[in-house]
Design a protein around this ligand. Structure first.
Ligand SMILES: NC(=O)N[C@@H](CC(=O)O)C(=O)O
Ligand SMILES: [Zn+2]
Ligand SMILES: [Zn+2]
Length: 344
């Protein structure tokens, strides 16, 4: 195959940041995707519909001239999110989901949920109005090994949550384990998952063998090959429960290449190309369109994009660095490497 034409994809999990950082990264996604679910973990986080409105305006203002990219906004769930805020969010038409970060689980999650029991009324409202809950699924207890945090979350938080709120729409975000794949497969149709390109392409050896490579460090952390295999099988299976969410998470080079480096892989500049590499590796390029462009909008109850995009088989080199906020630079994942597919 030398070229693939598919319905334009959307990114169902994206970090755009704010201010100068936003201005330096938004065009990469706008070039590839029709829409993206925008993560609310700013400092301070986006906890109200009013803040989501204002953030959406800043994103639109940062878009390249003529772009019709549509940011789909989310609210950051806290211990104190009132049910009324959920209703306001749904009524706004611009907020498409609410994001659960367990407090302390990941970048900018300090205001996250300390105990999901504090959120019962808000979650009950989401279930009632049909606003999906997006979940960073890791426990944060210090005694739980970082490689086990997703599996333990399923048992302690996710499974009980779904029993308590059987109609709630849930996206298990950026899943990284065979445990999560099986859990989502066996759950009802209102439970889906996003999978990143980096978790489809890499295991923890890529991050740790031959020297520690901070650009591969993200949360949930890369797991062993057995888990990557399960993720690749799920993504390429044709199941509508699995769809594209890059979790592209920009951090300045100095914040990654550091004695205490930030979690997050910056994949937006070559997102679709990276997914194509993974699907080709599985011998399932024909399943890319469903995963990238159909399953997400179908789950969210939105129309599929009407435009098409084309990938051509053509080697191109990802730049070593790209300009970032305040005169700094950012290093995309696979910087300096040659990729076999290129979006035209
Ligand atoms: N994935 C990451 O490693 N980092 C994300 C946060 C997140 O999605 O958990 C970020 O905002 O930098
Ligand atoms: Zn996360
Ligand atoms: Zn994320």
């Amino acid at each position: 195959m030398t070229q693939i034409t598919l319905t334009q994809p959307d990114d169902w999990h994206l970090h755009l940041r704010d201010g100068a950082a936003l201005a330096s990264v938004v065009a990469y996604t706008a070039r590839q995707c029709g829409r993206a679910i925008i993560m609310p973990n700013l400092t301070p986080p986006v906890t109200t519909t009013e803040q989501a409105h204002a953030y959406r305006q800043r994103i639109l203002a940062a878009l390249p001239e003529g772009s019709d990219f549509e940011p789909l906004m989310t609210l950051y769930l806290t211990d104190n999110t009132p049910a009324e805020e959920v209703e306001r969010a749904k009524a706004s038409g611009i907020v498409h989901a609410v994001k659960l970060y367990p407090a302390g689980a990941t970048t900018n999650s300090d205001s996250g949920v300390t105990d999901i029991d504090h959120c019962s009324r808000a979650i009950e409202a989401m279930e009632r109005v049909g606003l999906p809950l997006l979940v960073h699924g890791e426990v944060t207890s210090p005694e739980i090994d970082i490689f086990d945090r997703e599996a333990v979350f399923i048992e302690r938080v996710m499974a009980p949550l779904l029993i308590r709120f059987p109609q709630l729409k849930v996206v298990f975000e950026h899943i990284t384990t065979e445990d999560a794949v099986n859990f989502v497969r066996e759950s009802s149709a209102n439970i889906a998952a996003t999978i990143t390109a980096h978790h489809l392409l890499f295991n923890r050896n890529h991050m740790l063998v031959g020297g520690i490579k901070p650009h591969y460090y993200c949360l949930p952390v890369l797991k062993r090959e057995r888990h990557r295999d399960a993720l690749l099988a799920a993504a390429t299976s044709g199941s509508s429960k699995f769809f594209l969410g890059t979790d592209s998470a920009p951090h300045a080079r100095g914040d990654k290449e550091s004695a205490c480096g930030c979690a997050g892989a910056f994949t937006a500049p070559a997102a679709l190309e990276l997914y194509a590499m993974a699907f080709e590796q599985a011998g399932r390029l024909e399943q890319l369109e469903g995963f990238a462009s159909h399953h997400g909008p179908d789950f969210y109850g939105l129309p599929r994009n009407s435009r098409q995009v084309t990938l051509v088989r053509e080697n191109w080199k990802l730049p070593e660095t790209l300009p970032y906020a305040d005169g700094g630079v950012i290093v995309p994942l696979l910087a300096g490497d040659t990729l076999p597919w290129r979006l035209v």
